[in-house]
Ligand binder design. Structure first.
Ligand SMILES: Cc1ncc(COP(=O)(O)O)c(C=O)c1O
Length: 455
């Protein structure tokens, strides 16, 4: 068969403009510009169609944790596709990769987790949770427990249920919401008036969950959901006092705790899961992204014995599942990816080696006049851009300082993301010391360029 001629460079940009509506994009704005076409990647670098080499400080979308160019993962996918490219896990069937991965996930997660329900993405995982939580309480003869408490500025995905669980106001204004979700304060100390110490603030924001429980009525609350560290909201690392108090509240009121591990899971914080880092004992852990290092789509939910035993003992069909729940090639990729994380001790590397190394440089960025706070846990970091440090004053939103900085960064060979004026980073776990130095040097340079541009 003759090879199909693939357009490159400018032709691709033109085709993209004419035929492709991108996710989370102002389509009018992009239509007037050209998109950047990423054509290949290796290690921690991506390459675009103009020949630029760019350090990917975001691991794609917080997912390519094992780095690009992993032939073992590609081979695992190809071998699985040759053998069994697709079969479902419906109708009392399963296949070796979904079973093997399920057993592997049990081994790396907390003891209460012996079972997994597969999905295709983080959003689908959280949709699964909404249905599973309510199913659980129905089976427990407490069907009035419907309400799930979440947090303002949380991100749990983009389907209707996941967007409702999330706390992003602009998303809430589009497409409608499902009922039965309540939002409470986020543990964002830097964004508060800082009249409380971080620990006091952590306790106070956790108690806003308790206030909400009492406002709605404890008998009506099904669950609380939170990301261990809020990622898309701006890498909001809660004060140490926060999660223990959340756990206390969930225990006291008997409500289910959901730790959304879509970003934090699979080593991002230097532990297998964010729940391990904070010492919580969740009932559900939705995951996606890092489970396959993004090589193929896969999501899922670790379901604790507390819930799974009820589903199994009480029986009755749970009318829920996706065509690609536990797709064989995605599961084969996840198995190989987890083996790589284990074989190369990458989770440990994030905790004791490259994580602390990068943090040293990251902390120095706090000395830059534009940076009001530099925070990092594992390989998950944020820089707060401010107008003045003492007294601390933030820029007006309309100045778009974060976006200006982000554009300087990518044009100077480094991907970081702007969440308002908070610059966030989450590089691959294979980042070398030299690449970490490059990341810090480029970040400093682009902070300088941003400062000059807004002067
Ligand atoms: C914490 C969290 N949950 C859920 C999701 C949704 O995942 P997906 O984009 O795979 O649907 C994301 C995506 O960024 C996330 O950060």
């Amino acid at each position: 068969m003759a090879a199909i001629e693939k357009p490159t460079g400018p032709d691709l940009q033109e085709l993209d403009r004419e035929h492709h509506l991108h996710p989370f994009t102002d389509h009018k704005e992009l239509h007037e510009k050209k998109s950047r076409i990423i054509t290949s990647a290796d290690g921690v670098y991506i390459f675009d169609s103009d020949g630029n080499k760019i350090l990917d400080g975001m691991s794609g979308l917080w997912c390519v944790n094992a780095g690009y160019g992993r032939d073992e993962i590609v081979d695992a996918a190809a071998a699985q596709m040759r053998k069994l490219p697709y079969y479902n896990n419906f109708f009392q069937c399963a296949h070796p990769p979904s079973i093997e991965l399920a057993a592997m996930l049990q081994e790396i997660s907390q003891p209460q987790f012996n079972r997994v329900f597969f999905a295709g993405s983080g959003s689908e995982s959280n949709d699964t949770i909404v249905r599973a939580v309510r199913r659980y309480w129905d089976l427990m003869d407490q069907p009035e427990r419907q309400t799930i408490i979440s947090r303002k500025n949380a991100y749990h995905g983009s389907t209707v249920a996941a967007a409702s669980l999330g706390g992003m106001t602009p998303m809430h204004k589009q497409g409608g919401l499902i009922p039965g979700i309540e939002h409470v304060e986020q543990p964002y100390w830097f964004g508060s008036d800082r009249s409380l110490s971080p620990d006091e603030f952590g306790i106070a924001t956790a108690r806003s969950i308790e206030d909400k429980i009492n406002e709605v009525g404890p008998g009506k609350i099904a669950a609380f959901i939170g990301e261990p560290v809020q990622g898309a909201g701006g890498v909001i690392i809660p004060p140490d006092s926060y999660w223990p108090e959340v756990q206390r509240i969930c225990d006291e009121y008997g409500i289910l705790l959901i730790s959304d591990e879509v970003i934090c899971g699979f080593g991002r914080m230097g532990e297998w899961f964010g729940a391990d880092y904070y010492g919580t004992r969740p009932d559900f852990m939705p995951f996606a992204k890092g489970v396959t290092s993004g090589y193929l789509p896969l999501g899922g939910v670790m379901i604790s014995d507390r819930v799974a035993d009820v589903l199994i003992d009480k029986g009755g069909e749970f009318y829920h599942g996706y065509t690609y729940s536990g797709h064989p090639a995605s599961c084969a990729v996840a198995i190989e990816n987890i083996r790589i994380l284990q074989r190369e001790n990458l989770v440990e590397r994030v905790k004791n080696d490259i994580g602390p190394y990068l943090k040293k440089g990251w902390d120095k960025l706090a000395e830059h006049p534009l940076v009001g706070e530099a925070r990092m846990v594992g390989l998950l970091g944020a820089l707060e851009l401010v107008k003045t440090k003492e007294p601390m004053e933030r820029f007006e939103e309309k100045q778009g300082v974060g976006t200006i900085c982000r554009d300087f960064l990518i044009n100077n060979g480094l991907v970081m993301r702007a969440v308002g004026d908070t610059m966030v980073a989450a590089p691959p776990f294979i980042l070398s010391y030299e690449e970490a130095d490059e990341l810090i040097e480029k970040a400093w340079k682009c902070l300088d360029l941003t400062q000059q541009a807004i002067a």
